[in-house]
Ligand binder design. Structure first.
Ligand code: ADP
Ligand code: MG
Length: 714
């Protein structure tokens, strides 16, 4: 088989090009082409990149009698009977037999039923692979399987390492199950032979010890051994990662070399005075971040920096100092936050910081009275507003700055690249950009999502923070919870009770929060003051409640997740989260970050609101466990990534990067680092990609990444 790669030197006249529509592939008619297109497979190349999701190693077939529980095994047998077990809906079984015994194959869950019922018939010859367990006999749960009734292409399907393809109901209907894929991909590869264009420059490919693209594609589909398959996959993954990093490298290079930025003045008496007024000393990591930012701002190239720091790590002070540097040189600075309440909170904090320095802070949010909005727009346009804090309202068309020099974005992951760009466009010269995030992203992901930014990390909290004791209770034992609340409040502390509100239109959850606040006030704590905060309140109402809570006027704040970001009340030491199982890990971490901000020890109680008769889903259980085990944002982010997978982790799409089909940033961290190094080195040497050896890169960019590469202007 391998021979075909090198032996078919001459491509037959009919062999398709990689860019040809998938319909030109032998065996793909109109119906299949449509089914493939709905899965994003539109060209010959797409089809080749639809590599197997796993391989069954059928070089070793065992008789059923010889397979042992807790091992992976592949078995060939005939179907004896199939069906749903009476009284046990949601469970489909198939009994398989060979000369030596029986093996039960079991599938759980309704999603399987429809498809499986009619798939197997008694007498079918089937190969299954999977982990053997023992439950009233030998069993494999959710096996990989292959129906081998017709033997015309034995060599493709048996006795070797067999590719298993991702399929879908639509694809299967068009005959493209795993087996169907094998039948169209094999002849295609044989026809293309070595005539598949290389996509990596030789120097890059050889330095990384990678095979040719032609060989990798062939081997990824039809390997001799699983190890060979993995090497081929790695080569294709490297390819994707290299181009993604190349785009980042080009974007970064362009930002640094074509735009001329502002050179801010080096000395800042304002910033110095500010630091002297602070009631605390800056931490070493804050100082380091400030030095890095200051260095960027004094240089002629525009700053593009990410300030990453866990909740409570003290990013605001760092941002404030950057703003003073801008103001001192005669520029305006702006800070954009994702929610009104957070923008308001920032304005409050910054006013407290800057009033003594006579630097005015202007707030721009939606829903201001027309006249007031007009006034603030004017102040922004004439430059009398030196520091403008706001929400998306800042990037509205009507907003113009007199002389914007520094743009800061808080909770950057909630905005997209487009919004970052809009904010940047508010300035005549290219302003310096600082984006802040409290979502500690694992290093690997940072390299991709923020791959074109310089990064400053606040990796230590200010001193004196007490750890937060976190517990989760399977069902609401409210008496015990009330006791905790009472004890802390008697000591002079305050508490949050948080309700999930997935979507602000979810009336029932809102009602739960409102009812809870009323009930607490009426029945449980008639002598205490209970506040209520939710997303449907008007900006000024929310503001009033927050101020009151911060001033200590409420003992308990019942709230929806509007408090998730940025709220800072160091005297609050208890947080009770209702229906904690409904929250994501990152969100729980953010919420919990609202306590443990002062000198007192804090407690977080996660309440599982699940029906006690129903088992709690594994994912939710895992999240709650992680929360009780650690407070380390990086560990939590890692776990989150494992539970959710990188695709969903957070708006990777928003990052404006090409999607990854083969590479997996978690699993391929080493590859990613090596691809990144190679890409950045290449751009450093030949930023316009004019060397002959790099012509092929331009070709790939134009062909594969036309949509995302436009802004690179190579
Ligand atoms: P975040 O990074 O979550 O935005 P903040 O900037 O809100 O964190 O800071 C959290 C709290 O820590 C605030 O009350 C802030 O005043 C305080 N803080 C910041 N820096 C220090 C420091 N160096 N020493 C003590 N407290 C600090
Ligand atoms: Mg903050």
């Amino acid at each position: 088989m391998r021979g075909s790669v090198s032996s078919s030197v001459s491509r037959r006249a009919t062999a398709p090009l990689l860019t040809d529509p998938v319909g030109t592939v032998y065996g793909v008619g109109e119906k299949r082409a449509v089914a493939l297109a709905t899965e994003g497979i539109e060209t010959v190349e797409d089809l080749l990149l639809h590599i197997p999701r796993l391989y069954m190693d059928r070089r070793v077939l065992l008789p059923i009698a010889r397979i042992a529980p807790d091992t992976e095994a592949t078995v060939l047998g005939t179907v004896r009977k199939t069906g749903v077990i009476p009284g046990r809906p949601g469970r489909f079984e198939m009994m398989l037999g060979d000369d030596t015994g029986f093996l039960k194959c079991t599938w759980f869950g309704d999603k399987w039923m429809r498809g499986l019922r009619n798939r197997f018939a008694p007498g079918d010859l089937i190969m299954v692979s999977g982990k053997v367990s023992f439950f009233n006999g030998k069993q494999i749960v959710t096996p990989e399987y292959d129906i081998l009734n017709d033997k015309d292409d034995d060599t493709l399907h048996t006795g070797r390492v067999i590719p298993v393809y991702r399929s879908s109901a639509g694809l299967r209907e068009a005959g493209l199950d795993s087996r169907g894929f094998r039948r169209i991909v094999k002849p295609l590869l044989d026809r293309l032979g070595s005539d598949i264009e290389e996509s990596l420059p030789d120097a890059v490919r050889l330095a990384a010890g990678l095979s040719s693209r032609a060989e990798a594609l062939y081997t990824a589909h039809f390997p001799q051994t699983p190890e060979e398959a993995e090497r081929a996959r790695a080569r294709l993954a490297y390819d994707e990662l290299f181009y993604m990093e190349l785009l980042l490298a080009l974007r970064k290079h362009r930002a640094e070399h074509t735009a001329s930025g502002i050179v801010f003045q080096e000395k800042s008496p304002l910033a110095r005075r500010f630091v002297e007024t602070l009631p605390f000393a800056l931490t070493a990591v804050q100082k380091r971040a400030i030095r890095e930012i200051h260095g960027d701002m004094c240089r002629p190239r525009p700053m593009n920096r990410l300030l990453q720091g866990d909740v409570g790590s003290g990013k605001t002070v760092v941002a404030a100092i950057a703003m003073l540097l801008a103001v001192e040189t005669g520029y305006q600075a702006t800070l954009m936050a994702p929610t009104e309440i957070l923008a308001e909170q920032h304005a409050l904090v910054l006013r407290a910081f800057f009033d003594p320095l006579d630097v005015p802070v202007t707030l721009l949010v939606g829903g201001l009275p027309a006249r007031e909005r007009q006034r603030r727009h004017e102040q922004t346009a004439t430059g009398s507003a030196r520091i403008v804090v706001g929400t998306h309202a800042l990037i509205q068309q009507e907003v113009a700055f007199h002389r914007l020099g520094l743009a800061i974005i808080d909770e950057q992951h909630r905005f997209g690249v487009a919004q970052r760009a809009l904010l940047r466009e508010k300035a005549d010269a290219t302003p310096d950009m600082l984006v802040m995030t409290a979502t500690p992203i694992p290093r690997t992901l940072a390299l991709t999502v923020y791959g074109d930014l310089d990064v400053s990390i606040l990796d230590a909290l200010p001193p004196g923070r007490k750890p937060i004791a976190t517990t989760w209770i399977p069902e609401a034992k409210w008496d015990a919870i009330y006791q905790v609340l009472k004890t802390e409040i008697d000591r002079g502390r305050q508490a949050y009770i948080v309700y999930p509100l997935v979507d602000e239109s979810e009336k029932t959850d809102l009602k739960a929060a409102t009812d809870m606040a009323e009930k607490l006030q009426r029945e449980t704590f008639p002598d205490l003051r209970i506040g209520l905060l939710h997303g449907r309140m008007k900006g000024n109402e929310k503001d009033a409640v927050m101020r009151a809570f911060k001033a200590g006027d409420y003992h308990i704040l019942v709230s929806t997740t509007v408090i998730e970001v940025g709220i800072d009340v160091p005297n609050a030491t208890v947080m009770v989260v209702e229906h904690a199982e409904r929250f994501g890990l990152a969100q729980l971490h953010q919420l919990r970050g609202r306590i443990g901000r002062g000198e007192h020890a804090s407690q977080c109680v996660l309440v599982n609101g699940y029906d006690p008769d129903k088992p709690i889903p594994d994912d939710a259980l895992r999240r709650l466990q992680v929360m009780t085990e650690t407070q380390d944002g990086f560990r939590i982010a890692d776990e989150d990534l494992k539970i959710r997978g990188p695709g969903e982790f957070f708006g990777t799409r928003q990052s404006g990067l090409p999607g990854l089909k083969i590479a997996d940033v978690l699993r391929d961290e080493t590859l990613l680092q090596s691809a990144r190094q190679a890409a950045f080195d290449l751009v450093a040497q030949d930023s316009r990609l004019t060397r002959p050896a790099h012509r092929l890169i331009r070709g790939v960019l134009a062909r594969r990444y036309a949509d995302v590469a436009a802004w690179v202007e190579v």
